[in-house]
Ligand binder design. Structure first.
Ligand code: PYC
Length: 395
């Protein structure tokens, strides 16, 4: 799939973090801008971080006028990515349902539906009978602890095979001559006269024309090596997968009130996710209380699932920003240090468009319009965004 290389002494671009964001940026730098002297370095195996730990949900039903077009561009790139990479990513556009269990969440989801429609994204509010047509197996009783009142329906949303996305991009990068260096941990970054000149790793030193930080979970620690402070806090986010069941759920279900989201894979397993852990940590282990919560909330929606077995539980770590929007752009302090970080719980779905935009920015020096609102300078100027209301579950 990709070859082993010795580290060369210098590259045009060194990308730190070989998850989907780093891979997508390397792929676009090569494919769209003709750059080849690119090294992707990662302290672990490919997909060991957030790229292989998310619940693989794709959607563009966001809340803000900045976020909606961005995630929608990403979804459209995902729609043709299997063809482009010649690698089946098992993207199933089965649809995405965000449930409302209170009047205030109906109002909030209505705003999202209207903003989505205004910007050409296929989303609409649906009532309980229509929810029943889409998910006849879900408990829609008025006697439930939190009865379902309505839902935001987003037909183009769905699930994909996240490992396949990593492998597909990695294979395409390798074919172009981009070097992928797993197990290559960055231990320092040298900055001279406002430019990052060298990346120090456990396998030696590399000089770099440009450096791109695409790490998730460690983005603030990597940026700090270049002397850049980021307004990020890092929290674990847990998920689990059940034994395979006969197909009964062909839409992604999200309930912010119940703090749970559920989908069924092609193999029949249920993938279930929680809200972020309430404390900051870099730990990627699951905990029993969160597993119990995920099980309890799933049973509120699907009581018939009692007794099914959990196969695995895990955590990924998420870099949370104050406005639930990413930090994308060049550092105002270090002129050749680029960042595509701070994705919170939204990163996986944004990878194709972030990679494209970062590649354009690095290759041309001009930020594409789509990423301008996410600039690292917005915290200083007070132009924060407000994407929290689009979170799958409340945080
Ligand atoms: O934003 O769809 C989402 C999501 C699901 C799990 C984590 N984030």
């Amino acid at each position: 799939m990709w070859r082993h290389h010795e580290l060369r002494p210098s590259y045009d671009v060194v990308i730190i973090g070989a998850g989907v964001h780093g891979l997508a940026a390397a792929y676009c730098l090569g494919r769209e801008h003709g750059l080849r002297k690119i090294a992707l370095v990662d302290k672990n195996y490919l997909g060991a971080g957030a790229s292989g730990r998310n619940t693989a949900i794709l959607r563009s039903n966001y809340r803000t006028l900045e976020g909606i077009p961005f995630y929608d561009a990403s979804l459209k790139l995902y729609e043709r990515l299997s063809l482009e990479l010649e690698w089946n990513l098992l993207f199933s556009q089965c649809g995405h349902l965000t449930l409302a269990h209170s009047d205030s969440s109906v109002t909030g989801l209505r705003v999202r539906a209207e903003n989505n429609q205004l910007l050409g994204v296929n989303s609409r509010m649906i009532d309980v009978p229509e929810i029943g047509e889409l998910v006849p197996t879900m408990n829609r009783s008025r006697d439930a602890r939190y009865p379902i009142l309505a839902a935001l329906y987003h037909p183009p949303g769905g699930i994909i095979r996240h490992d396949a996305v990593v492998w597909g991009y990695a294979r395409a990068c390798d074919r172009m001559g981009v070097e992928i260096h797993p197990y290559t941990e960055v231990t320092g970054i040298t900055v001279e006269k406002g430019r990052a000149t060298r990346v120090l790793t456990n396998r030696g030193e590399i000089s770099a024309g440009s450096i791109l930080n695409t790490t998730a979970g460690w983005s603030s620690t990597i940026s700090k090596m270049a002397g850049i402070a980021l307004p990020i806090v890092t929290h674990p986010l847990q998920a689990c997968v059940t034994e395979p069941l006969k197909p009964f759920l062909n839409v992604v279900i999200v309930s912010a009130t119940l703090h749970v989201y559920i989908s069924q894979t092609d193999k029949g397993e249920l993938v279930i996710g929680a809200e972020i852990d309430p404390y900051q940590s870099y730990c990627m282990k699951g905990t029993l209380p969160t597993l119990e919560q995920m099980a309890t909330y799933t049973l509120e929606l699907f009581p018939q699932l009692h007794g099914i077995r959990i196969l695995r539980q895990w955590a990924g770590i998420c870099d949370m920003t104050p406005d639930f929007a990413p930090i994308i752009g060049v550092s105002p302090e270090v002129s050749n240090f680029y960042m595509d970080v701070g994705w919170g719980t939204y990163g996986f779905k944004a990878a194709p468009i972030s990679g494209k935009c970062m590649a354009e920015l690095i290759a041309t020096g001009k930020p594409p319009k789509l990423i301008e609102p996410f600039s690292p300078t917005r915290f200083g100027s007070g132009n924060l965004l407000g994407e929290k209301a689009a979170a799958a579950v409340s945080h």
